[in-house]
Design a protein around this ligand. Structure first.
Ligand code: TGC
Ligand code: FAD
Length: 388
């Protein structure tokens, strides 16, 4: 039986509504994710049937207003949902992050009313799957140098270029694609499945996020209707604002993976005997467990505080970077170290550590790498950009 650590009684900082949501998502993860996720990861298959279930439990766009199919909840509720989903698997949290923060959020924040009404309810229910195309084969950390371009052809836009490493692109009904106009300004376009010239080949043979679909988006003279341009944002700050929301969710999500590893390692250490004693009685193993709990507790407080600041619209991008960077690294270190507590058993799929560890290698890379987030903090501290 899963016992989530709460050493500093962080629960007391949550509302009754937060706890109800958490309990509903936790039950769903136990019922629908835990029993199938290991096989899905081993077989490198995205459990696509979970998309509609996630829609029905309110995992998509929880902070989007109810008028558009969201739940109108606060930022802490969004974070809690992400923690519970990532306890199941980072792939499941990824699907929710992309749908909520990278597709629904820009349509809500930068779209017009017709676009909101057309897309958001379908994305909220899971009837439609969304994707977010920013990264290109030759431009990852530096998206401002993107080559994907569109031209105004009078009654439509003509889109050319390609995106790579795009979560859910092979099955996406709609992709929010960031491309430069003829003057070099970054704009967002809503590109729908079936548009002539669009292809989305799957990226195979990943050792990480094996239960998540990743692919490319290739645009070969795609004619995009003019109604599909997001009217209310121009420049790189458009996609970066979406990333603020997703990175924030990941800061909470990673805690879920870490909690799962801690919980399993603690129980194993209490039961497994060597030299006639539970391995939990050895100082070296206690050091690991004590440090896991300390790091999880710090991460909980960091995520909660950034969530409260986001509720007040006061969280800065740099604060979010710090939370994403710290919490993902924390979870990755705990996954690695907790695997060792299980000895050889830790390398099997009977336990979740290796799966979490491999997943977190992607999580520490996407949404801004560990090093890029350090540079964002460095810039914030010194006012000197060390990027270029
Ligand atoms: P820079 O010149 O600093 O900024 C350009 C404009 O953007 C503004 N800005 C931001 N606005 C809002 N939020 C932020 N976080 C912002 N950061 C910058 C900035 O003020 C400026 O505005 P303006 O009005 O002056 O034009 O841009 P730069 O080209 O020097 O790049 C800066 C850098 C490196 C921090 C940024 O580009 C970056 O974050 N790189 C990392 C790229 C990244 O995170 N890619 C993620 C792709 S999506 C993904 O990984 C999804 S994973 C999906 C899953 O969960 O499965
Ligand atoms: P690079 O930018 O080539 O970086 C390589 C290394 O160089 C890194 O260690 C980096 O930290 C370092 N580096 C780069 N610049 C600097 C610098 N100035 N100073 C110091 N070090 C530097 N993208 C999307 O748009 N949509 C998605 O849905 C999406 N999903 C993803 C899913 C998965 C499974 C993965 C793995 C990636 C996904 N991405 C997605 C892409 C992801 O955001 C990029 O991989 C990430 O931004 C890093 O880009 P890159 O891989 O090109 O690495």
């Amino acid at each position: 039986m899963y016992k989530p650590p709460d050493y500093l009684l962080v629960d007391e900082l949550l509302s009754e509504e937060h706890k109800i949501i958490r309990s509903a998502v936790r039950d769903w993860v136990d019922r629908s994710v835990k029993p199938i996720i290991e096989n899905a990861a081993q077989n490198h298959e995205f459990p696509i049937h979970l998309i509609k279930e996630m829609g029905s439990i309110g995992a998509f766009g929880p902070y989007i207003p109810q008028k558009y199919g969201g739940a109108g909840m606060d930022q802490v509720a969004y974070g809690i949902i992400m923690t519970e989903l990532e306890r199941g698997d980072s792939a499941i949290r990824s699907a929710a992050s992309v749908q909520s923060s990278l597709v629904m959020y820009p349509i809500y924040a930068f779209g017009d009313e017709a676009q909101r009404m057309k897309y958001l309810p379908k994305l909220a229910s899971g009837e439609w799957v969304g994707a977010f195309g920013l990264t290109e084969p030759n431009h990852g950390s530096d998206p401002g140098s993107m080559l994907t371009r569109f031209e105004d052809k009078g009654d439509h836009y003509l889109l050319n270029g390609s995106k790579m490493w795009i979560t859910n692109s092979p099955i996406a009904d709609v992709s929010v694609v960031w491309a430069k106009d003829e003057t070099g300004v970054v704009r967002g376009l809503l590109v729908e499945k079936g548009m002539a010239g669009l292809s989305a080949p799957e990226t195979k043979n990943k050792w990480s996020l094996r239960a998540s679909l990743t692919g490319e988006l290739v645009f070969d003279n795609v004619q995009v209707p003019k109604d599909n341009l997001l009217p209310n944002v121009k420049g790189l700050k458009g996609p970066l604002k979406c990333l603020n929301s997703a990175r924030y969710g990941i800061a909470w999500g990673a805690i879920g993976a870490a909690m799962d590893c801690y919980d399993v390692a603690l129980r194993y250490a209490m039961e497994r005997k060597q030299f006639d004693k539970p391995i939990a009685s050895f100082q070296l193993q206690q050091k690991k467990l004590a440090e896991f709990l300390t790091e999880i507790t710090k991460a909980q407080l960091l995520a909660w505080r950034v969530g409260m600041l986001r509720n007040e619209n006061r969280a800065t991008p740099a604060q979010i970077s710090m939370a994403k960077r710290n919490n993902v690294n924390m979870a990755l270190q705990i996954a690695r170290e907790s695997r060792q507590i299980l000895g050889a058993m830790g390398i099997t799929g009977d336990f979740p550590m290796m799966r979490h560890m491999m997943n977190l290698e992607s999580v520490i890379t996407y949404e801004g790498t560990h090093d890029i987030h350090l540079l964002i903090t460095g810039f914030d501290v010194t006012g000197i950009s060390a990027f270029g």
